[in-house]
Write a protein that binds this ligand. Structure first.
Ligand code: TRP
Length: 464
């Protein structure tokens, strides 16, 4: 491939900062503020958080570097990038399937992601209406329960979110996101800090910190280790080509390692902050840390109802959460849209509409999981280990994508980038110090793949 071809037909980021902003926009989302606290609560706290952090550093970071690198070298949608790189490196063409695995995972994730983003959207208005002013924990909980029991209203919010996502994607990810993210992310951060002060004032701050950071490894099960690893992929947007496609819009000179580090640090900080805000509220109100997907909707409104200017702060908070979800959602369908534009000769608008509609339809299953289908659950055990337990449509999709498809995608990315790509190729593309390169090579060849495989085998009961 000549150097001329090595810029994407979809355009390029205007600068390194633009890439970092967009990738941070993809990484920071519902995963940090909605999912991290609730799965931490369900998996017993501290020890789970330690495993999650370990996974970020030893698996997530090297795979992020690999994904950005593959994207920038391939300069196309993940499907075509993998095909092109496999050809370039003299590897079997079948590697394009890795791109497809990602496209499918992206659709499945976005389908339920949009439903939850719809909840956040409706909470913008609910908070603004003042219903939470002076509300008790019970009151806040029953507002939530009543809300999710109504399929029509969940469907309406899911629809609004998906339509908006489709519109943004159809205009091209590079127009507007850079600027939006550069204001909205810092604003979200500031609001979390304000909320942190509220949590400090509850008298239960230390209980919260204790739950979040004091590890009790007896509480860890094979399954919670899998969830922690899956979440490391989910929260960094890894394993499905989102970061790869963003990498494909990256100018040549940028240092991939430094950019990845900054993205991972920002993402982790937001998640830990969210945890430090939410758990003190949980304990101050004798709530259940393992309450599940409703956790932030059952805790944060209590704070907004009690604090000074709570209506304003709460409304802004949910609004910023919706924007964070948007900047993540667009990265979930960008790989599919880019592929349709490249291979089917359709316009971005047509491609976006098709992708948006497909996702919307699948999302209906998740809408119903919280009401009409809430008792339609199933379980699965393998070699005496519980793989899936009482899963609804929603939690099945979540478990299948985050805990299986993403780590699987990441594993193959690691194998391709570490073992199948020539060392000269990756060295040239990463263009970093000898030491840095060797560290990355060790992590991507040995540590990351073995860690993913061990966690997989552990949860299936093959190894104990
Ligand atoms: N990382 C986002 C979050 O934490 C979600 C997300 C966006 C994602 N793009 C992704 C997850 C790609 C997995 C793969 O909310």
């Amino acid at each position: 491939m000549s150097e001329e071809i090595r810029t994407s037909i979809h355009g390029q980021w205007s600068s390194r900062t633009a890439f970092i902003l967009a990738a941070t926009g993809s990484a920071v989302g519902l995963g940090n503020i909605w999912k991290f606290p609730y799965i931490t609560g369900e998996n017993g706290g501290g020890a789970f958080v330690v495993i999650y952090l370990l996974c970020i550093v030893t698996i997530g970071l090297p795979i992020m570097v690999a994904e950005v690198m593959l994207g920038r070298r391939g300069r196309q949608s993940p499907v075509n990038t993998m095909a092109a790189l496999a050809a370039e490196e003299g590897r079997p063409a079948i590697w394009f399937l890795l791109g497809w695995l990602g496209v499918i995972a992206g659709f499945l994730i976005l389908s339920y992601y949009s439903v939850i983003a719809g909840w956040a959207l409706s909470y913008v208005f609910r908070t603004a209406s003042g219903v939470f002013e002076g509300a008790t924990a019970d009151g806040v909980s029953s507002i939530f329960t009543e809300f999710v029991s109504n399929p029509e209203s969940l469907l309406a919010w899911h629809t609004i979110f998906m339509v908006a996502t489709t519109i943004i994607v159809s205009r091209g990810v590079k127009h507007g996101i850079e600027k939006a993210v550069s204001y909205l992310m810092p604003a979200l951060f500031v609001l979390l800090i304000i909320l942190l002060f509220y949590s400090m004032s509850t008298g239960y701050f230390l209980d919260g910190l204790n739950f979040l950071f004091a590890p009790d490894f007896n509480k860890l099960t094979a399954n919670s280790i899998l969830v922690a690893m899956g979440h490391a992929f989910f929260t960094l947007s890894l394993g499905m080509g989102a970061i790869m496609v963003y990498g494909s819009y990256l100018p040549k000179e940028t240092s991939i390692a430094k950019a990845s580090m900054m993205i991972a640090v920002a993402d982790t900080l937001v998640a830990l902050l969210a945890g430090m805000v939410i758990f003190p509220i949980v304990f101050a109100n004798s709530l259940e840390p393992g309450a599940g997907p409703g956790l932030i909707f059952q805790t944060l409104p209590i704070a907004f109802g009690q604090m000074e200017a709570g209506v304003l702060i709460g409304t802004l908070f949910f609004l910023l959460l919706v924007f964070a979800a948007w900047s993540s959602a667009i990265s979930l369908i960008e790989p599919a849209v880019a592929w349709l534009v490249e291979n089917k000769g359709v316009t971005r608008v047509t491609a976006s509409v098709w992708c948006g509609m497909t996702t919307w339809v699948v999302g209906i299953g998740s809408v119903l999981s919280f009401n009409l289908w809430s008792d339609k659950t199933w379980s699965l055990s393998l070699f005496g280990e519980t793989l899936f337990e009482n899963k609804t449509f929603f939690s099945t999709l979540d478990g299948l994508t985050a805990n299986i498809m993403l780590p699987m995608g990441g594993l193959f990315i690691a194998i391709f980038a570490g073992w199948l790509m020539k060392v000269e190729s990756s060295k040239k593309e990463l263009n970093t110090t000898e030491k840095g390169y060797n560290l990355w090579l060790f992590l991507i060849r040995v540590v990351a793949p073995i860690a993913v495989m061990v966690v997989f085998l552990n949860v299936t009961g093959v190894i104990k």
